[in-house]
Design a protein around this ligand. Structure first.
Ligand code: C2E
Ligand code: CA
Ligand code: CA
Ligand code: CA
Length: 279
């Protein structure tokens, strides 16, 4: 009926209003949390199948501020991307991750890489390359202890601009990862055109891989395809031993997920990895 239609319109309108208010609240809370140093990084281990050890960790943002405690980190990041706050936020992430990489690799023969997630806005900043180089130098890191995880949205925005910056960083030894592979557009094209070293196959494919022969074959083919163009493959969201075994059979290079290890705070991860090596 007409009355009902009108009512629904009002409801819709109200929910948009609510979203706008929420977004403004989140924005204010992010600024506050940055000021009060209430962000922290957790680290999730990445297992190298050929080496049979953890060779990397992914830094994942977490927030301790009570005002953001109920907000999923994905939403915090989306809001930060829409408001430009992602730039100072990810600057802090780079700094904290490099500091951690220094501690993690002190006295080790074989390095452990720390990868960070990078947004389109970050790369678009003037001085992005210098900023990364400077952070590596200040923390006395070998560049290959740092990896940048990029999504296709990063690259769609300003393809040429991004490409030259990524190439400059790859040149000095920073490793590049294409994140969430398989979920966006034109993935195959980006693989050819960008200085990528690793693809991270999205967890949705790992989740469905055991459901049918077709899904299994799909994963196997993704791994093979990546190998034919000299890319290494990281499978994300590995939650079970069955998945891990299947991925090993498919010659996937690296595994990440709850089955390998949960994201943990820096202190706990340092301790875990020290035990791992018998240090
Ligand atoms: P992502 O880069 O794809 O990160 C992997 C996500 O999968 C993380 O979610 C991680 O906690 C989760 N995960 C890990 N293992 C498993 C598993 O076995 N099963 C399942 N179901 N999930 C697993 P999280 O921490 O909520 O992060 C969400 C997204 O937020 C990240 O997705 C990344 O896109 C973004 N993000 C996180 N930290 C940062 C950051 O410092 N900067 C930027 N720009 N983005 C970030
Ligand atoms: Ca990632
Ligand atoms: Ca991912
Ligand atoms: Ca993601």
């Amino acid at each position: 009926s007409k009355a009902k239609g009108k009512n629904q319109y009002c409801l819709f309108d109200h929910s948009i209003q609510l979203q706008i208010t929420q977004k403004a609240n989140i924005e204010r809370s992010i600024k506050e949390a940055l000021r009060n140093q209430q962000f922290e990084l957790h680290y999730q281990p990445i297992f190298d199948c050929a080496e049979g050890r953890i060779t990397g960790v992914e830094a994942l943002l977490r927030c301790q501020a009570p005002a953001l405690s109920g907000v999923p980190i994905q939403t915090v990041i989306e809001t930060a991307e829409q408001t430009g706050l992602i730039v100072p936020l990810d600057k802090w992430v780079l700094e904290a991750a490099c500091r951690f990489a220094g501690k993690l690799n002190a006295g080790r023969d074989r390095g452990i890489r720390v990868t960070i997630n990078v947004s389109a806005n970050d790369i678009a900043q003037q001085g992005f390359v210098n900023h990364v180089e400077d952070c590596l130098a200040r923390n006395r890191l070998k560049p290959d202890w740092l990896g940048l995880e990029l999504t296709e949205s990063v690259l769609i925005n300003s393809f040429e601009g991004s490409r030259s910056k990524l190439e400059a960083l790859k040149e000095i030894g920073v490793r590049m990862y294409l994140d969430d592979f398989g979920t966006g557009y034109s993935s195959l094209n980006y693989l050819k055109l960008l200085p990528i070293d690793y693809v991270k196959i999205d967890k949705s494919f790992v989740a469905s891989m055991l459901q049918s022969e077709k899904d299994g074959l799909f994963m196997k083919t993704l791994v093979q395809l990546s190998h034919t163009i000299d890319l290494k493959v990281v499978a994300e969201g590995v939650e079970t031993a069955r998945q891990a075994n299947m991925l090993l059979r498919f010659q996937c290079d690296m595994l990440q997920g709850y089955h390998i290890g949960m994201p943990r705070n820096g202190e706990d991860m340092l301790r875990d990895l020290a035990l791992d090596l018998g240090l």
